[in-house]
Design a protein around this ligand. Structure first.
Ligand code: AMP
Length: 117
C-alpha cells in the first residue's frame, strides 16, 4: 500500500466508497463524479501507477482486472447495449489518480470516443 495514494486508502477502508464488486485482488466502486449513468472504477488492490506498469509487473492481476470489469459490466446491465472500458494513462490522457483504474462507462449512448479532429 502507498499511504499517499487515494485508491490504496479506499482499498484499506480509510476513505469511503460505494463498492459494487470485490475479489481477492480487485475492487470496483462508483466514480465520485460520474460521467455517464453507470460509471464504475475497477482497480487492483495492489498499487501500480498505471496500466503499463500493472501489465509488466503482474500479468495475473491484469487478467483479474479485465475479468472484474466484465463482471461489473454484466452486473450493471451493460452487456446488451455495450459500454466503454477506459484506462487513462499519463499526462496526455489526463490521468489524475496514479493507481491504475479502468473506467466502466455505460447506460446510454456514449458518443464518439474523442472529439472529432
Ligand atoms: P483519471 O482521470 O482516469 O485518473 O480518473 C480519476 C477518477 O477518479 C475521476 O473520474 C474521479 O471522478 C474519480 N475519483 C476521484 N476521487 C474519487 C473518490 N474518492 N471516489 C471515487 N472516485 C473518485
Amino acid at each position: 500500500m502507498d499511504t499517499d495514494c487515494l485508491f490504496c486508502r479506499i482499498v484499506a477502508g480509510e476513505i469511503p466508497a460505494t463498492v459494487v464488486h470485490e475479489t481477492d485482488t480487485t475492487l470496483a466502486f462508483r466514480d465520485i463524479d460520474p460521467k455517464a449513468p453507470v460509471h464504475v472504477l475497477v482497480i487492483p488492490k495492489t498499487h501500480h501507477p498505471d496500466v503499463v506498469t500493472l501489465a509488466r509487473q503482474d500479468p495475473a492481476v491484469s487478467a483479474d482486472l479485465l475479468s472484474a470489469a466484465a463482471a461489473v459490466a454484466e452486473a450493471e446491465g451493460l452487456l446488451a447495449d455495450g459500454f466503454r472500458l477506459l484506462f487513462n494513462t499519463g499526462v496526455y490522457a489526463g490521468q489524475e489518480v496514479f493507481h491504475v483504474h479502468g473506467h466502466v462507462l455505460g447506460g446510454e449512448p456514449l458518443g464518439p470516443m474523442l472529439a472529432p479532429r
